[in-house]
Structures are given as structure tokens and as C-alpha cells.
Ligand binder design. Structure first.
Ligand code: HEC
Length: 102
């Protein structure tokens, strides 16, 4: 019986360690909208024609996303997509992908 409680305590502790704040989950869900094309966490699959965006400098990502949104950088799909995000969300998305490993 003692072992069962120890196990339960360990399971609960592990679950707690993985708990994510609502902010972190929100950011992950924003970034997940890019995964269809750019790959999980921005790492495109080998041979993909869509660029990997994981680990790009934050400033670069920010500039590109704003240029897509403004229509000043030529694109096929990124114009439509980037218009769906507020400037604050674009800032958060840029920081998220900049923090990912390449
Ligand atoms: C439907 C597929 C698709 C989705 C979804 C998508 N992208 Fe893209 N992305 C592209 C393509 C294709 C390009 C190349 C430019 C173009 O043709 O629009 C691109 C280009 C980019 C670039 C420029 C990369 C470089 O090398 O300069 C960035 C940055 C980028 N996307 C970020 C994002 C972010 C952030 C999201 C999520 C909010 C996202 N994309 C969602 C398809 C997609």
C-alpha cells in the first residue's frame, strides 16, 4: 500500500512539472497554426519547399511577417496568413520561433 502512494505521489509530481501556464499554451497554439507548412516548431521536413523558420533571428522573423502583412514582400500564401494576426501576436510568434532549435 505504501508503494502505491509513493507511485501516486511521483505521478502527480511529474504531471505538475509538465503543467503549462495558459500563456504558454496560447503561444504554442498560435505557433501550431504554422506547423502544417513550416513543420513542427518551425522545422520543415527534409525536401520541403517551405522554409524552416525555427531558430531564425527574432528581428528577421518580425520584419518578414510585418512585410508579408503589409504586402511589401512578395508571397503566395503568407500575405493572407499574416493578415490574420495582430501585431502583438506577430511579436509573440517571432519570439517563439526564434527560441526554437534549428
Ligand atoms: C499554407 C502554408 C503556410 C502556413 C500555414 C504558414 N506559412 Fe509561412 N511560408 C509559406 C510559404 C509558401 C512561404 C514562402 C513565401 C510565400 O510564398 O508565401 C513562407 C514563408 C515564410 C517566412 C519567410 C521565411 C524566409 O526564409 O524569409 C516566414 C518568416 C514565415 N513563412 C512564417 C510563418 C509563420 C510565423 C506562420 C504561422 C503564423 C506561417 N509562416 C504559416 C507557407 C506557409
Amino acid at each position: 500500500m505504501k508503494n502505491l502512494w509513493t507511485t501516486a505521489a511521483l505521478v502527480l509530481a511529474a504531471a505538475g512539472a509538465q503543467a503549462q501556464t495558459p500563456d504558454a499554451l496560447y503561444l504554442k497554439s498560435l505557433a501550431a497554426t504554422c506547423a502544417n507548412c513550416h513543420g513542427t516548431d518551425g522545422r520543415a521536413v527534409n525536401g520541403s519547399s517551405v522554409p524552416t523558420i525555427a531558430g531564425m533571428p527574432r528581428e528577421y522573423l518580425l520584419t518578414q511577417l510585418k512585410a508579408f502583412k503589409a504586402g511589401t514582400r512578395p508571397a503566395t500564401v503568407m500575405h493572407q496568413l499574416s493578415k490574420g494576426y495582430s501585431d502583438a501576436q506577430i511579436e509573440q510568434i517571432a519570439a517563439y520561433f526564434a527560441a526554437q532549435k534549428k
